[in-house]
Ligand binder design. Sequence first.
Ligand code: ZN
Length: 130
Amino acid sequence: MSDRRDYIRVVHTATTRGSLDLVAIERAVNGTAPEGMTGLELHEATRILIRADLSATAISAQLRVPVATLRAWFPVELAAPVEDTSPVECGTRRGYRVCKRRPQGACKPCKAANTAHDYELRRRRYGAAA
Ligand SMILES: [Zn+2]
């Protein structure tokens, strides 16, 4: 028995479908480098890997197709993750990094937090005398 996990079978009866080389697609979706595959074959392999629940990044690495191309092919299935829009907390190091990009610059609590952070770094690097 193979210990290979979740082998994806693409070839059932025919080894081609239209212009698609199903053998090449089956190899590619199971981890063989996708050499000489056509755009259509890579597109089909992507569809199969999406169904197997792989992320855009994982599919990109496996099929050597840029994530942007994968997302252009499957805009819904491989939609970019929603950006973290949670409000930044002023008076923290993370807050400072966001706050300082505002037109009015960082607020007082953020500057204070950043100064304290820098001070702490220097103290750790050079000792209490710094
Ligand atoms: Zn702030």
